[in-house]
Every structure is written in structure tokens, then in C-alpha cells.
Ligand binder design. Structure first.
Ligand SMILES: [Fe+2]
Ligand SMILES: [Fe+2]
Length: 410
């Protein structure tokens, strides 16, 4: 994993004709103190020439450029410079046309928006880069063919929730349009995992009982797994990974709540826990031979699977999964947790975050799976816990997460 220079200025190129925003950006920052180096170009053609000469951390493009559609331009950037973070500035609207900007592999900035919101989004994104895998995982990702697209339905639900008319019914109706998703959501809501007291038969009911945050995470998980469902991967149990993902999500949420981390961190922990091993699916489906080699090597050497993946493939499942989720535009703490779930000490911060919850939840869950291939390296990192002053909580969390399942099995 390569890290970028933490003190280097973030280099950002703006593309488009939004002079008002440009003036504001200049007004907000004085060049000497600014953590940013900003470059402005009017057209897509100019931007591509400029970007060929120098490396940029991020590109912010208008949805309408004088010479090219903003999305087409960013798709081109993604091909030529996969390491550059991409933002599209587009208005959010209730109409269907605007939905084309939501759920693309570029991050969405609301238009008009102001300099502050632009800087906030950039800071978050550049912070990613302090830990985001270097080019290797991103280039590997762009070469994989069997990958689920960005989950449109998830972003439609997110957009719906921003409208004042949003309700359990409106979200349920959106989900109901997608048969495969409806089936998966109902199957999940009725599974023992959620322990609902009654049978749920309509997406709106599922939303009501599961709650909005859980529903959103479930949509993401179901989206990815229903894509890979159709791919047969030899010697790899998608069902086992599905169960492991659900359990880890649930454990992570319980741990975050128990740690008093607040509802936002708890729900991000749930999402990240559900998606933490998505990179394994992507590897198994796209590079089955190499992935198989990495698995056997990890077993033979009793090493972390992540290490042998890096050795054989060039990137680990955590890094790869994180890159995929970053292109979907998921929140930074979720992406971070997925990237580092086997290496939590690599995160500079030592405050409780979704990574903490997911790391512990994953370790605890692997304890229950004696045949798990990832087990050798999936224990909880005691050093990290002690740096976090959380060593004393591990037994308590083990009981909290594992006892109910043991009791049910007895
Ligand atoms: Fe993992
Ligand atoms: Fe895992």
C-alpha cells in the first residue's frame, strides 16, 4: 500500500464555465496558506491536455461542458487517469433525467453548491488518498470485467429520502419495481438474523421493520450478491460469504452501539461490515486461478490471505473492495473500514470509527467458522485494541455477539 505525502498540496483541476464558483473558490483561500493548488480550464479538451502533463489528485467537472458532456469527459478521465478522484457537479432533481448522475462511478457534487461544500468534499476525498491503495488496486479494478455496476436503486432510495415527500411507502414502491431486489430484501427481512416477530411480505413493510439505514445497507449487499449469484465460482462458497457478511455487519453494528459511538457510526459500521469482503467476490469471479493460488499459499504458509493476495495478484481483497465502493460514492468511513479491515493500525486516527467495529466483528465472526480460509490471519489485533484503550471490551463484545448464536444452536 503506498501513501501519498500528507503535507503536499492537493492538486485539483476544475473544468467548466462556472465563473461564480471560481471567484468564490479564490476568495475563500489565499494561495500561500491553502492546502490546495487549483487549476481552471474551460473545456474538456483543454483539461485532458493539462492532465496529460501533470498528475492531479482530483478533477471537478461540470455536467455540461462547452465541448463534451461532463459524464463522458469523466469516463475518459477514469480510463486515462484511474488514480484521479472524479467529481461531477450536477443539480439534483426529482426528475428521472437527473438520476443519470446518481450512481455513476463518479462522486456527485450538488449544483449550485458553494466553495465550502466543494472544499469539504475534496478534503474528505483527499483524506482517502492518504490510505487508498496506490495505483495497483485501482488499475487492477479497471481491468476486471465481472463487476457489479453502481447500485442505481440504492442511490434512487438515497435521493428519494432527500425529498420532503419521502416515506416508507415511497421507498417501498421504488424497491418493488425491482423484482430481484424485492425477493432478496424480503428473504433477508424474514431471516432469523433480524428476528422480526412476523412474516413480512412487501418491501414497504420490510423498510418499516428494518429501518431505513438497515434497508439501505441490505440493498447494497443484495445488489452485489445478486450480480455474483449468476457467476459460478469453483471451490468458493458464495452462500458462506453471504452469511459471513451479514453476521459481520450485524456484529459491527452491535459493537459500535455498545461502544456508544452514535447512530451514524453504528449504521456505517453495519454497511461496512456487510460489504467488507466484497473484494473476495470480485477476485473469485474475475481471477479464479490466481485467487485460488493466493488461498492455497495462505493456507500453506499460515499467512494472512491479504498478504498472499498482494503477492500473487498485486492487491488485497480489502483494497480492491474499497476501490469498488469508492467508485460507487459510498461514505469515506465505510470505504476506509473495508480497505483496512485486516490492518486497522494503518489508520492514523485512534478514535472509534466503523473500521474499529468491522475489524473486531470480522475477527469474532471468523472465530465461529473453523473451516474458513481467511481464518489464519483474521484474528483481532490486540495491539490496535490496546492503542484504542479498548482491550478490556473484547470479551464483553465476544459475549454480546456470539452468545445469542450459541444459545440458539444449543
Ligand atoms: Fe477479509
Ligand atoms: Fe471477513
Amino acid at each position: 500500500m503506498t501513501t501519498r505525502h500528507p503535507h503536499r498540496k492537493g492538486k485539483v483541476i476544475f473544468v467548466g464555465e462556472d465563473r461564480e464558483l471560481w471567484f468564490e473558490l479564490h476568495r475563500e483561500i489565499s494561495p500561500a496558506e491553502s492546502p490546495w493548488e487549483l487549476v481552471f480550464t474551460h473545456t474538456a479538451a483543454q483539461a485532458l491536455v493539462t492532465m496529460a502533463k501533470s498528475t492531479f489528485d482530483a478533477v471537478v467537472a461540470d455536467n455540461e461542458l462547452p465541448d463534451m458532456d461532463g459524464l463522458r469527459f469523466l469516463n475518459e478521465v477514469m480510463k486515462r487517469h484511474p488514480e484521479t478522484l472524479r467529481f461531477i457537479r450536477a443539480p439534483i432533481a426529482a426528475n428521472r433525467l437527473a438520476m443519470r448522475f446518481v450512481g455513476t462511478p463518479h462522486q456527485h457534487l450538488l449544483k449550485p453548491g458553494n466553495a465550502q461544500t466543494v472544499f469539504a468534499a475534496l478534503s474528505r476525498a483527499i483524506k482517502f488518498q492518504a490510505w487508498l491503495p496506490g495505483g495497483a488496486a485501482q488499475i487492477l479494478l479497471s481491468g476486471l470485467h465481472k463487476l457489479p455496476s453502481a447500485p442505481k436503486l440504492y442511490f434512487q432510495v438515497v435521493a428519494d429520502l432527500q425529498s420532503p415527500e419521502a416515506s416508507v411507502e415511497s421507498v417501498g414502491a421504488l424497491i418493488a419495481q425491482d423484482m430481484a431486489m424485492t425477493a432478496k430484501l424480503l428473504q433477508l427481512a424474514n431471516s432469523a438474523l433480524f428476528g422480526l416477530q412476523r412474516q413480512v411480505s412487501h418491501p414497504a413493510e420490510a423498510v418499516l421493520y428494518l429501518g431505513m439505514e438497515t434497508t439501505k445497507s441490505v440493498l447494497l449487499l443484495a445488489h452485489s450478491f445478486s450480480y455474483f449469484d449468476r457467476i459460478r465460482v469453483e471451490d468458493f462458497s458464495i452462500d458462506a460469504l453471504w452469511n459471513h457478511s451479514l453476521q459481520t455487519g450485524k456484529f459491527a453494528q452491535q459493537i459500535a452501539s455498545d461502544a456508544g459511538a452514535g447512530t451514524e457510526i453504528a449504521s456505517q459500521s453495519f454497511t461496512a461490515g456487510m460489504l467488507h469482503d466484497i473484494g473476495k467476490l470480485a477476485l473469485a469471479a474475475n481471477l479464479p486461478e490466481k485467487f485460488g493460488q493466493a488461498v492455497s499459499l495462505a493456507r500453506a504458509k499460515k499467512a494472512q490471505l491479504s498478504e498472499t493476495e498482494t503477492e500473487v495478484i498485486g492487491a488485497s481483497h480489502g483494497e480492491l473492495g474499497a476501490c469498488l465502493l469508492a467508485t460507487w460514492g459510498l461514505p469515506a468511513p465505510v470505504v476506509e473500514a473495508v480497505a483496512l479491515h485486516h490492518y486497522p493500525v494503518q489508520l492514523l486516527s485512534r478514535s472509534f470509527c466503523p473500521l474499529t467495529a468491522v475489524h473486531v466483528a470480522n475477527g469474532l465472526n471468523h472465530e465461529t467458522e473453523p473451516t474458513d480460509r481467511d481464518r489464519a490471519g483474521s484474528t483481532v489485533d490486540r495491539r490496535y485494541l490496546s492503542q484504542m484503550n479498548l482491550s478490556g471490551r473484547l470479551d464483553e463484545w465476544r459475549a454480546l455477539c456470539l452468545e445469542p448464536a450459541r444459545r440458539a444452536a444449543a
